[in-house]
Design a protein around this ligand. Structure first.
Ligand code: 6CS
Length: 365
């Protein structure tokens, strides 16, 4: 199932082409409801509505977000006896991650998996996920917090809705790790280090706090960026590092667990609110069902692909496991970024962070 070394450019072109075809073939309506034949009963004039939707992801076939969207589409088709049909799009067909968010906001796609790391220039509060060492190192516990947090599922969700993005669920793709062409074990190793980041300004601030020189970049350009030295390192969950082959152009993988990669299942709110109640209930039920499903898949992929990296003799990678003491030195520099978030980023004086921290404390006890 895991994909290996696909040509991103080729994939992007193919996806772009298929998207254009899909767009031409549809009836043109984002919330495309059609009417099909009756249910076969004699004299029955009852119509069954059909739905044709689009779901865009930031990842490729075989990677977590894409697998999630495929499973979502499959389950909704089954639950609706074929009335709901969803086309799932890989990363690239609609441009960059930021462009994809715009497509969701203007209703060109109904559903999207969005990484908050690409929405920070708009939804200030969403940058909470850039705060390193905030969530517990235990990924299962982090997922439990993501499932139950009122700060995230109510307060932060409202902030996203103000920008026509409705988060339906927050889920982890695994702990994030650093890669570089050297060992990074102390903050001093980050001095003037050209670190690739997603676009949210607070992610850049977090790396500046270590003395690094961060550069925002789409992941579509990252392999080449690392190969050419435009950037010297990056952060991602293990499955993504292996599947996107970043380990081929980086000599070291640091098991730093400095953060958790959080993805959001999102829907265009105008579209969602306009759906019949039973269809909305079907969507909500499916989103809920997929929380444990995607958790298990990320766990499997992250552990299997760590072994792949370990056993790869063709492009060997030095794996450096950071000790608690080493992580602590980074954490000390990461903590003041929370104050920066409260005073310079948050539009509600850090109220969402305060609440989330209390929820994390309660869950960790
Ligand atoms: O590093 C990135 O930007 C990408 N990483 C993951 C795990 N998913 C999509 C995202 O764009």
């Amino acid at each position: 199932m895991f994909f290996k070394k696909k040509s991103l450019l080729l994939m992007s072109l193919l996806v772009a082409f298929s998207f254009v075809l899909a767009a031409c073939g549809s009836n043109g309506a984002g919330n495309s409801e059609g009417a099909s034949e009756g249910n076969g009963e004699e004299g029955a004039s009852k119509e069954q509505k059909t739905y044709q939707w689009r779901f865009v992801t930031e990842e490729l076939d075989g990677q977590l977000q894409y697998e999630y969207a495929e499973e979502f589409a499959k389950r909704l088709k089954e639950k609706s006896n074929g009335a709901i049909s969803i086309d799932v799009y890989e990363f690239g067909g609609l441009g960059s991650e930021v462009n994809q968010v715009e497509q969701l906001q203007n209703g060109a796609v109904e559903f999207a998996i969005v990484s908050p790391g690409f929405t920070g220039n708009m939804v200030q509060e969403g940058q909470i996920f850039a705060l390193q060492f905030l969530f517990p190192e235990d990924v299962a516990l982090t997922q439990e917090i993501l499932n139950t947090s009122e700060a995230l599922n109510v307060d932060l969700a409202k902030k996203y809705e103000e920008f026509d993005i409705k988060p339906l669920a927050f889920w982890t793709e695994g702990a994030t790790q650093w890669t570089a062409n050297k060992a990074i074990t102390t903050p001093a190793d980050f001095k003037n280090f050209k670190m690739r980041t997603q676009t949210s300004p607070l992610i850049l601030e977090s790396y500046k706090a270590y003395g690094a020189d961060p550069t925002p970049m789409s992941w579509g350009e990252l392999y080449t960026g690392l190969e050419r030295g435009t950037v010297e390192g990056q952060e991602n969950p293990i499955f993504f590092i292996e599947d996107a082959s970043f380990h081929e152009v980086q000599s070291h993988l640091m098991l730093s667990n400095h953060n958790n990669y959080v993805a959001m299942t999102t829907v265009n709110p105008t579209f969602y609110n306009g759906l019949p109640e039973d269809i909305r209930a079907m969507i909500d039920e499916t989103v809920k069902e997929l929380q444990p499903w995607i958790f298990d898949l990320q766990k499997k992929m992250n552990s299997e692909l760590l072994e792949e990296i370990r056993n790869n003799t063709e492009t060997p990678t030095t794996i450096v496991e950071l000790t608690d003491e080493q992580r602590q030195a980074f954490k000390e520099l990461a903590l003041p970024v929370r104050d920066y978030y409260r005073s310079e980023v948050s539009t509600v004086d850090g109220a969402i962070l305060d609440k989330l921290q209390k929820e994390i404390e309660a869950a960790t006890k």
